[in-house]
Write a protein that binds this ligand. Structure first.
Ligand SMILES: Cc1cc2nc3c(=O)[nH]c(=O)nc-3n(C[C@H](O)[C@H](O)[C@H](O)COP(=O)(O)OP(=O)(O)OC[C@H]3O[C@@H](n4cnc5c(N)ncnc54)[C@H](O)[C@@H]3O)c2cc1C
Ligand code: SF4
Length: 330
């Protein structure tokens, strides 16, 4: 591992100033992703700016019925928070479906949003990878890509975003607050991740020297009837091969409101807006749910070995929405 410096930031301004002064610096959250990538030589920061002692570990109600979550809140604390469990249950379920208890105790909200893809070629500096080395090629397209993207990919990269938490946050219109040398700014999570295009190495709209300070969940009544379902290759300690975060409000047998996002299908958590449009105002029956999934998945493009994902997401969407419908009509 390349030698690096370490600084424990005492204030947000201190952290941002240091990131601004030293372009090779990286923020250290729980380190559960960054340190692994440093060990394999994928990341080679000159300095780690440890933000875990900043006062960013609170979960507080906002004035308008939402919740502001500090960037260094541990994934386990967020999953256990009574308001999250009661009013955004899919978020708690998504967090608990991720990693292991030990990793969730270390992992932070900011770090979870910015964790890197689990594409094996990205993690191996001996292989071509446009995300790691722009212009070097994409080994996954002609290689192992069973768990790669079916939506929104480009010929330059077919990797998926691995976060479970971010899928639920995307369904719930979360907003990311960021401190930069130019001041504080709010970015809707739906605008936070960039499309892959020709620049897969540029993953977010974050400017240089940016520090995520919080994520805010707006008050969203429909989120109280929500669910996260994840399919993975073993029952625990595994990343998703497909996941769905869904919320629905049903009255008189009709879908009045709906939120839907898919995980492990694209370079970013995938907000299924075409599916939502197909759901709202339609009868709350499995045929509607399947048609809504099809509306979204009609844009899917599969690779030789990942075609199963389209059927998987379709079935998962129908199952999740059917379950929620049964619960809400009890
Ligand atoms: C064995 C294992 C299994 C896992 N399984 C799952 C899973 O099933 N589902 C899932 O979703 N995740 C899973 N994970 C990933 C885990 O959730 C992430 O590693 C974790 O959320 C990253 O958070 P962190 O605080 O440790 O980030 P770090 O490793 O500290 O940082 C990750 C990135 O974010 C940047 N960063 C961190 N905080 C900030 C901030 N406040 N502002 C700006 N930049 C910041 C860092 O510079 C770095 O680039 C797994 C991890 C492991 C090791
Ligand atoms: S899919 Fe993306 S991350 Fe994986 S090898 Fe291709 S360019 Fe790299």
């Amino acid at each position: 591992m390349k030698e690096f410096g370490y600084h424990r930031a005492s204030t947000v301004d201190d952290a941002v100033a240091l990131l601004d002064r030293e372009p090779g610096a990286r923020v250290l959250g729980g380190g559960t992703n960054l340190v692994d990538l440093m060990k394999s030589g994928v990341e080679e920061p000159s300095l780690l700016v440890d933000v875990r002692e900043l006062p960013l570990d609170l979960i507080e109600p906002t004035g308008n019925g939402g919740l502001r979550i500090g960037a260094t809140v541990a994934n386990s604390d967020l999953a256990a928070h009574p308001e999250v469990r009661r009013r955004w249950p899919a978020l708690a379920q998504a967090l608990l479906a991720g990693a292991s208890g030990q990793v969730r105790n270390m992992a932070t909200v900011g770090g979870n949003l910015l964790q890197r893809t689990r594409c094996a070629y990205f993690a191996n500096p001996a292989m071509p990878c446009n995300k790691r080395v722009p212009g070097s090629g994409c080994a996954a397209r002609g290689g192992e890509h069973r768990n790669h993207a079916v939506l929104g990919w480009s010929e330059h990269c077919v990797a998926t975003h691995p976060s479970d938490m971010a899928v639920a946050l995307t369904a719930f219109d979360a907003v990311v607050t960021v401190a930069t040398p130019a001041g504080e700014t709010d970015i809707p999570l739906s605008d936070f991740y960039l499309p892959v295009g020709r620049t897969p190495h540029r993953e977010t709209v974050l400017p240089a020297a940016a520090l995520i300070t919080a994520v805010t969940l707006p008050g969203l009544p429909v989120a109280a009837r929500s669910r996260y379902r994840k399919v993975r290759e073993r029952a625990s300690f595994a990343f998703a091969i497909g996941s769905v975060a869904a919320a629905v409000e049903i009255a008189d047998g009709q879908v009045r409101d709906a939120r839907l996002a898919f995980g492990a299908v694209a370079s970013r958590p995938w907000r299924a807006r075409s599916a939502e449009r197909a759901l709202i105002g339609s009868p709350a029956v499995p045929e509607t749910f399947a048609a809504a999934a099809d509306a979204e998945l009609s844009a899917a493009k599969t690779l030789p070995d990942n075609g199963y994902k389209v059927a998987l997401i379709r079935e998962l969407t129908v199952a999740t929405l059917s379950e929620l419908t049964r619960e809400t009509s009890r």
